[in-house]
Write a protein that binds this ligand. Structure first.
Ligand SMILES: *[C@@H]1O[C@H](CO)[C@@H](O)[C@H](O)[C@H]1NC(C)=O
Ligand SMILES: *[C@@H]1O[C@H](CO)[C@@H](O)[C@H](O)[C@H]1NC(C)=O
Ligand SMILES: *[C@@H]1O[C@H](CO)[C@@H](O)[C@H](O)[C@H]1NC(C)=O
Ligand SMILES: *[C@@H]1O[C@H](CO)[C@@H](O)[C@H](O)[C@H]1NC(C)=O
Ligand SMILES: *[C@@H]1O[C@H](CO)[C@@H](O)[C@H](O)[C@H]1NC(C)=O
Ligand SMILES: *[C@@H]1O[C@H](CO)[C@@H](O)[C@H](O)[C@H]1NC(C)=O
Ligand SMILES: *[C@@H]1O[C@H](CO)[C@@H](O)[C@H](O)[C@H]1NC(C)=O
Ligand SMILES: *[C@@H]1O[C@H](CO)[C@@H](O)[C@H](O)[C@H]1NC(C)=O
Length: 564
């Protein structure tokens, strides 16, 4: 072995191999990253919207290999998403550590509708063992706003800093702050506007995502601004106290890929940074990877988490040596890709719990699945809710993590008794954007089966954002007969950079019949008055389409294979 290494070493130097940091480090939607280091352990947490459980926590000791270790909000008492609209739910967050306790500050928007114009009260949860997956119930702040950040000053004062607005009508956003009692969350001082951002102070500016730091006796205020789209950026200020007054960094914005819309990573911002044990600093930010360069119609994986080196010049942090954030940052870390196959044959009968990377839509009223009822299968017990309902259908989701990603499962022995009984697979964004291929029965109750394919695409439109409310989406439903009443049916979803194809194969047939191919724009562009905060996930479901159903749906395996 030693000889091999010696033979290889000169080759490597001749080839001038340079390692690169491969981004995104968390492929698949993972917005609003916040990073923390305790000893030699790095922790990263992201937002999760109406998915349950909420706020995934990732762990790494080398910044290359990241493991999902749990979720800060994993009990209904922490995250009650009942009737929560798409893209409300668990928003921007801040992960911090003080004197043996981990703190995750966050905001959950239970509703997000036009008659409700106020922000909810933000909160924090705590744990002393972040690996336990056991966090406290929420401790609420008094103030209204979102993106809360906790900061401990050297004298013991604790500050909450968040994004709020002047009033719920004009909605001019700003960074607000007060001192709080960390045992109760209660305010000790009135909320004060401490910063209005570097952009013109109107409702477009959106200063948000604040983080306060104390570094070498100087206080810093890092924010996101410009809104969550192409103008999104990171800017930083410094001052003599946690509240300012702030001196502007002449190099602002310190992150703004939107200055060049041809760059392969866009919407960059909402960053956080941390010092490594070796004194090297690192930052994380969100970004999207447009698959059609120059527009945002094919960003179905949503906002992902990117990592970059941070250096210091004249007392200011410099992101990625002043270069835009890219998918490969040469010379640092290792060039290990972060995408891998996801496979579960559901054969482990020692557990009746799905893996941490599987999600549900909103808070489950009760468990809708079993891994032990029929050993070797994921059994979904369907309920009345269908995928477009603003409720909790029997649906298991797993994020799509590569723009080329093929999902495959086998639905075994599903025998629907009517056209209301339906089980299958979906490529899912939210209530208004999901595309399904499923097995259902004929309306006559004969037990004969059909494949139902349902695609939801944005209605005909002038520009990508110019839909009318009356015809936001067009749903196309097609039926393809199946030959048998109970043979296994393989369901396949092929994800490509700008399209998805849905297909099936019955029984021993090795040929997959594709019933539709559609533009992935319908998974990237929200209907008017809707949002695009999440990204795509593959899912399996079982529904009675508004009626209870007693027919279980058994899935033999779950396979997600990334393309090259
Ligand atoms: C740190 O935590 C310990 C144990 O909980 C507690 O006794 C101590 O008062 C805390 N110190 C500070 C500065 O909060
Ligand atoms: C805010 O100001 C910017 C720069 O002047 C302008 O482009 C934008 O349209 C303004 N937005 C609103 C809502 O007034
Ligand atoms: C903090 O100060 C020390 C001592 O002057 C210096 O070595 C270090 O680089 C400084 N750190 C930052 C982030 O500026
Ligand atoms: C913008 O980015 C593209 C893609 O990297 C590059 O080819 C082009 O030179 C950049 N334009 C400017 C003005 O930097
Ligand atoms: C998993 O279970 C299925 C169904 O019982 C069986 O066909 C398959 O061989 C099992 N796989 C392994 C690796 O044991
Ligand atoms: C089921 O069939 C009935 C009768 O043809 C029809 O009215 C109904 O819309 C169908 N429902 C579904 C969910 O396909
Ligand atoms: C959407 O609505 C507009 C206005 O009512 C109408 O002109 C257009 O044809 C509709 N488009 C579709 C695809 O239904
Ligand atoms: C698979 O499909 C191809 C092309 O449609 C066809 O030629 C072939 O006979 C099919 N094979 C089977 C086993 O059905």
């Amino acid at each position: 072995m030693k000889l091999n290494f010696l033979l290889w070493a000169p080759c490597l130097s001749i080839l001038h191999v340079t390692f690169a940091l491969v981004n995104p480090i968390l492929p698949g939607w993972n917005p609003d990253p916040t990073i923390l280091r305790v000893g030699s352990d790095y922790f990263l947490a992201t937002s999760s919207f109406e998915y349950f459980p909420g706020h995934p926590i990732y762990h790494s000791t080398n910044l290359v290999d990241w493991t999902l270790i749990g979720h800060a909000l994993n009990r209904p008492s922490q995250l009650s998403l009942f009737g929560t609209p798409s893209d409300a739910g668990a928003w921007g967050l801040s992960l911090r550590y003080h004197n043996g306790t981990f703190y995750l500050a966050s905001t959950v928007r239970y509703v997000y509708t036009y008659e409700l114009r106020q922000f909810p009260r933000s909160f924090f949860v705590t744990t002393r063992d972040i690996f336990s997956n056991d966090w406290s119930d929420p401790i609420y702040f008094n103030a209204l706003g979102y993106d809360p950040d906790l900061f401990w000053d050297t004298n013991g004062d604790v500050y909450n800093t968040w994004s709020g607005n002047n009033n719920p009508i004009d909605k001019i956003y700003g960074i607000y702050q007060n001192k709080i009692d960390i045992t109760t969350g209660n305010s000790l001082t009135p909320a004060e506007l401490i910063f209005t951002g570097t952009l013109p102070d109107n409702s477009s500016a959106r200063p948000e995502g604040p983080h306060v730091y104390l570094i070498n006796s100087t206080y810093y205020l890092l924010i996101a601004e410009g809104g969550s789209g192409p103008e999104h950026r990171s800017t930083i200020q410094r001052g003599p106290s946690p509240s300012g007054p702030w001196a502007n960094n002449p190099a602002n914005p310190i992150l703004f890929n939107g200055a060049n819309l041809s760059l392969p990573v866009q919407w960059t911002g909402h960053s956080d940074f941390v010092e490594g044990p070796d004194g090297q600093w690192w930052g994380v930010a969100l970004g999207v990877r447009p698959q059609t360069i120059g527009d945002f119609n094919h960003i179905q994986l949503g906002r992902e988490t990117f990592l970059f080196p941070v250096t210091w010049e004249n007392g200011w942090p410099v992101y990625n040596h002043g270069q835009p954030i890219s998918t490969e940052i040469p010379g640092v870390l290792s060039d290990k890709p972060h995408v891998s196959e996801f496979f579960d044959d559901f054969n482990d009968t020692t557990t009746d719990t799905l893996g941490l990377s599987c999600y549900f839509l909103r808070t489950p009223y009760k468990k809708s699945y079993s891994l032990t009822a029929r050993p070797g299968f994921l059994r979904l017990n369907g309920n009345s809710f269908a995928l477009g309902d603003r409720d909790n259908p029997a649906l298991v989701l797993h994020k799509q993590s590569s723009y080329e990603d093929t999902f495959e499962t086998v639905l075994d022995g599903f025998s629907p008794t009517s056209n209301l009984t339906e089980a299958g697979a979906t490529i899912f964004y939210g209530d208004f954007a999901h595309n399904d291929i499923a097995v259902t029965g004929k309306a006559d109750g004969s037990g004969e089966r059909v494949i139902v394919t349902r695609t939801i695409v944005p209605a005909q439109q002038v520009g990508p954002w110019a839909l009318t409310t009356s015809n936001n989406t067009v749903t196309t439903v097609t039926y393809t007969p199946l030959k048998t009443k109970s043979d296994p049916v393989k369901l396949v979803i092929v994800g490509k950079p700008t399209s998805y194809s849905l297909g099936f194969a019955e029984g021993d047939d090795t040929n997959v019949t594709f019933t539709t191919t559609f533009d992935s724009m319908s998974m990237s562009v929200p209907p008017v008055n809707d949002f695009f905060f999440k990204g795509a996930a593959f899912g399996v479901y079982n529904t009675g389409n508004s009626k209870p159903t007693l027919i279980p749906a058994d899935f033999a395996y779950w396979k997600q294979t990334p393309g090259t």
